[in-house]
Write a protein that binds this ligand. Structure first.
Ligand code: GLU
Length: 526
């Protein structure tokens, strides 16, 4: 029996051979990147980050970014997750271009392609079916441990290699389960230099393990599919998580056996999280709510604001120029990983929300409410114009940057709605009661028909006589305890219940002078 018989036994049926596939997919010019998720559940912040960096780097170079679904681990696959990933990417504006020329993009539909190369490797004595059992593998490991040797399937320990072709074919014919392994060409005592676009030159020992390339279930391993797919799809830069860095020797070995040229690589550090003790660990799907993209969307963080924040994490300089024209610079990437900071996320999102037109802000808040927040939706639907007008206060007169996320809106605008106003408690004031009364009487007597600035100026003028200093100098000269700021605080608490509101004049105009007076009187009676 020959290697050809063996190849036929391992791959009994092929639609096309290796040459066909090598010729089928035309070379691509320029930058080609990809996001290659496994459909194992919802989109994590870390995966969105990876997709975004791949997308952005292709986009910056007018290149191609595509999506490949790595669904070769059927046990871990979660139903519906491909749809979730696709729709999330779209929602976040991460557009992928899956040119049909290079299809299929789902690994489970590429079995014939992988088999064509496996067939060829076996034919050329570069791969073999291996029937080694779990028990045999454990006993190999045990003896390696006992002898203080490197653990792994290599050299004399790669026992499956030495089976005769006849025996291999006989085993296959009698239905014994097996994997296919590549026959490593490496020597562990030889080193090679690998260039990572981010990390520079790294030295590795060559791989000498016989790597599994096809599992018992007939599907390829990640390593093999990576070599085949990124070659045939002409990925120019493989941008992936740092956890794959240690697999570089295996990949180099496989590319060599297949006669392929390796693409460029960029291994991205994971997003970190600061622990209470000051150390940093990887953002964890289990421990950190912010690791879940849907959690952040439910909180109402704007999608583009969140994307901006992820770009800041990738390249801190992006913060100074948050525009589409900013190009991610490899030199500015942090190699040790950036730390997720929720306060920073808030600030970046505040900036973003503030940069929207009132119409766009309304549209985004509406979209959020319709998906996640029924109470806010009801509030908007009570009077859409009123809601829009309230939103416009965020934008003027001075930049205020009130909202980091859409779920915060309700808690900042309740006092425009009488029933919500009634449901909130007054903030305590630490000011003499008589003085509070005098201040509010002064407001009741004021001329509300003045424009906002004149009205405030008139109150400032008049309030000094009852004990609120116009400025520091007056405070000292007149020996007063309170400043005009305290006067305004009283007014805000009376009308909004809290010492925090939009311009109180705007508030009064919107709720109406009569309602404002009523609230003041109610507070006076209290
Ligand atoms: N499916 C792999 C993962 O989810 C992809 C890694 C890569 O980008 O090559 O980790």
């Amino acid at each position: 029996m020959t290697l050809k018989d063996l190849a036929n036994a391992v791959v009994p049926h092929l639609e096309h051979d290796k040459e066909y596939y090598l010729n089928k997919y035309p070379m691509r010019e320029g930058v080609v990147t990809r996001f290659a998720p496994s459909p194992t559940g919802f989109l994590h912040t870390g995966s969105l980050y990876m997709a975004l960096i791949n997308y952005k780097i292709a986009h910056d170079a007018d290149g191609v970014f595509y999506l490949r679904i790595e669904d070769t681990d059927t046990k871990r696959e979660v139903e519906g997750s491909i749809d979730t990933i696709v729709s999330m990417l779209k929602e976040f504006g991460i557009e992928f271009q899956n040119d049909p020329t290079y299809a299929p993009y789902k690994q489970s539909e590429r079995a014939d392609i992988y088999n064509a190369f496996i067939y060829d490797l076996i034919l050329n004595d570069k791969a073999y079916p291996d029937f080694v059992t779990e028990e045999e593998l454990s006993s190999i490991r045990e003896s390696q441990e006992k002898n203080g040797e490197r653990i792994g399937y290599y050299g004399k320990y790669a026992v499956g290699r030495s089976l005769s072709i006849d025996k291999m074919i006989e085993n296959i014919n009698s239905g014994i389960p097996y994997v296919v392994r590549a026959k490593s060409s490496g020597d562990f005592n030889r080193k090679f230099k690998f260039k990572d676009l981010l990390r520079g030159e790294i030295e590795f020992p060559e791989n000498d393990f016989d790597t599994v390339i096809r599992k018992r279930d007939g599907l390829p391993t990640y390593h093999f599919a990576h070599a085949i797919d990124d070659t045939l799809m002409h990925t120019s830069i493989v941008i992936r998580g740092e956890e794959w860095l240690n697999s570089v020797p295996v990949h180099r070995d496989l590319f060599y056996l297949l006669g392929f040229k390796m693409p460029k690589y960029m291994h991205i550090s994971s997003i970190l999280k600061a622990s209470e003790d000051g150390t940093h660990r990887k953002l964890s799907k289990r421990k950190d709510p912010e690791a879940s993209v849907s959690f952040l969307l439910e909180k109402g963080y704007p999608k583009k604001g969140f994307i901006n924040y992820l770009l800041v994490l990738a390249n801190s300089k992006y913060e100074n120029n948050m525009t589409d024209s900013y190009k991610l610079d490899f030199k500015n990437f942090s190699i040790n990983g950036s730390t997720f900071d929720i306060l920073k996320l808030d600030n970046v999102c505040k900036e973003y929300i503030h940069s929207l037109s009132v119409d766009d802000l309304y549209a985004e808040a509406y979209d959020y409410a319709s998906k996640y927040d029924k109470e806010l939706m009801d509030l908007i639907n009570r009077d859409q114009n009123l809601f829009k007008q309230i939103l416009s206060f965020e934008h003027n007169p001075q930049p205020r940057k009130d909202y980091a996320m859409y779920s915060e809106i309700k808690s900042k605008i309740y006092y425009f709605y009488n029933d919500l106003f009634d449901s909130v408690e007054y903030e305590e004031l630490d000011i003499d009661r008589d003085l509070v009364k005098k201040a509010l009487d002064l407001v009741l007597e004021s001329d509300f028909n003045l424009d906002g600035d004149s009205w405030v100026a008139s109150l400032k003028e008049a309030s000094e006589a009852i004990g609120f200093a116009k400025n520091k100098k007056a405070k000292e000269a007149l020996g007063l305890t309170y400043m005009f700021g305290d006067f305004m605080k009283i007014l805000r608490v009376a009308i909004c219940k809290k010492n925090e509101s939009f311009s109180i004049y705007d508030v009064i105009k919107l709720i109406g002078i009569e309602e404002a007076k009523e609230r003041i009187n109610k507070y006076l009676k209290k």
